[in-house]
Design a protein around this ligand. Structure first.
Ligand SMILES: *Cc1c(COP(=O)(O)O)cnc(C)c1O
Length: 334
C-alpha cells in the first residue's frame, strides 16, 4: 500500500480494490489491513461483496461498486451505504428513481468495450448526471500492462475528452496504469493486484505465503508409480511427501508433473497428478522431513506459480479456495 501510494504520487488518493474476496486472501482481513495502512476508499465488483467489507470497516470508509446499480441491489446499496458506479443511462435512471440523493459515481467506457457509458450515452445524460453531483468519474484501461499499439494514449485522450471540465474527482488507473506515470493518475487510483504482491507491480512486497502441511511420507522404489493415472514412475528410489492441498484449493491441475513446492530454499518437484485434496512431491534431497511445503513464499512468487500453470497471478490468487486457514500478519505503518 505504502509503495503504491508513493507510485501514485503526492495529492493522489490510493483507493484499494478488494473484490473477489480480497483477491482470494480474505476480504475482511485484507480490508482491515489496508485501512490500517491508510486506505479510506475501497472498490468491489458487485454489491454483495460490499457486505463483508462494510462489516469489517464500519460506517466511515467509502465502498464503491464497479457493477453499478443492478435491479434488485437497491436494498443492499442503501443498507450498506455503497456507492454504485453507474454504467449506463438505464442504471442512472434506476438509481435516481430508487435512491434519490444517494451517492453514486459514473463509469465511462473509453475504449475497452466492457463496462461503462460510451461517449454518446454520456453526452446524453452528462448535464443531468453532473447536476446530481457524482462522487467520482472513472474508466478502465484495457492494455495498461502490455500496450504494444498506443492504446493507453487513445484511452487517456478519450477519457479526458469525456470528463474535461466536469469538476468531479476522476480515476483511470489500476495497478498497471499507476506505473504509466502521472498523466494517468488523476485524483484517485484503484490498485488491486499490486497490493497483493504480484505483477505488474515489480516493487510489490511479497505479502503472501501458502504452506501445505505434510500428511504422510513414503519411499517409492524404482518402477513404482505415484498418483492417479500412474503418470509418474520412479527410476531411482525416491522419498515422496503427500501434502494437504489440491485443485479444490485452487492449486491448478496443470501443475501436474510440472510445478514445484519448496522447503526452505530446496525445490521439491510435484510428482504425479495434482488431485482434488492432495499433492505428492519429491523430498528425497531434503536434510529433514518437513512439516509443510510452500507453494507460494520467499522461494516462489505468485507469478512464478502462475507461469508454471500457464496463467496469471490474478487467477492463481482468486482461485485459492475456502479450506485454507488465512492468517494475516498486519501491515507496515504507512
Ligand atoms: C479489478 C479492477 C481494478 C484493479 O485492477 P488491478 O490490475 O488488480 O490493479 C481496478 N479497476 C477496475 C474497474 C477493475 O475491474
Amino acid at each position: 500500500m505504502t509503495a503504491l501510494d508513493r507510485a501514485s504520487g503526492a495529492g493522489v488518493e490510493t483507493g484499494a480494490v478488494v473484490k473477489a474476496d480480497g483477491y482470494g486472501l480474505g476480504a475482511a482481513e485484507v480490508a482491515r489491513t489496508l485501512a490500517r495502512a491508510g486506505a479510506r476508499r475501497f472498490f468491489v465488483a458487485v454489491a454483495e461483496e460490499g457486505a463483508a467489507i462494510r462489516a469489517a470497516l464500519g460506517p466511515g470508509p467509502e465502498i464503491s461498486v464497479f457493477g453499478g446499480h443492478m435491479a434488485g441491489d437497491t436494498g443492499l446499496i442503501a443498507d450498506l451505504g455503497l456507492v454504485p458506479m453507474l454504467n449506463s443511462p438505464e442504471q442512472f435512471a434506476r438509481h435516481l428513481a430508487a435512491l434519490p440523493g444517494h451517492p453514486f459515481g459514473i463509469q465511462l467506457d473509453s475504449g475497452m468495450n466492457r463496462l461503462g457509458m460510451e461517449p454518446a450515452d454520456w453526452a446524453a445524460i452528462r448535464a443531468d448526471a453532473l447536476a446530481a453531483e457524482p462522487r467520482l468519474i472513472m474508466s478502465h484501461l484495457a492494455c495498461s500492462d502490455e500496450d504494444t499499439t498506443g492504446f493507453n494514449r487513445k484511452q487517456l485522450a478519450c477519457f479526458r475528452d469525456m470528463t474535461e471540465g466536469c469538476g468531479v474527482p476522476r480515476s483511470l488507473s489500476a495497478t498497471g496504469g499507476i506505473l504509466l506515470g502521472p498523466a494517468y493518475h488523476f485524483e484517485i487510483t484503484r490498485p488491486g493486484i499490486g497490493l497483493y504482491g504480484a505483477l505488474p507491480f515489480t516493487e510489490a512486497a511479497p505479502v503472501l505465503r501458502l504452506s501445505l502441511p505434510v500428511i504422510q511420507i513414503r519411499a517409492v522404489e524404482p518402477g513404482e508409480s505415484v498418483g492417479y493415472g500412474c503418470t509418474w514412475t520412479a527410476d531411482t528410489r525416491r522419498i515422496v511427501a503427500t501434502v494437504a492441498g489440491g485443485y479444490a484449493d485452487g492449486i491448478l491441475r496443470y501443475l501436474t508433473n510440472r510445478g514445484t513446492l519448496w522447503a526452505d530454499g530446496c525445490p521439491c518437484p510435484i510428482l504425479g497428478r495434482v488431485s482434488m485434496d492432495l499433492i505428492t512431491a519429491d523430498i528425497t534431497d531434503l536434510p529433514d522431513i518437513p512439516d509443510a511445503l510452500d507453494l507460494i513464499g520467499p522461494d516462489q512468487s505468485v507469478d512464478e506459480v502462475a507461469a508454471a500453470a500457464r496463467t496469471i497471478g490474478y487467477e492463481v490468487l482468486t482461485s485459492l479456495g475456502p479450506r485454507y486457514t488465512r492468517r494475516h500478519v498486519g501491515a507496515a505503518a504507512p
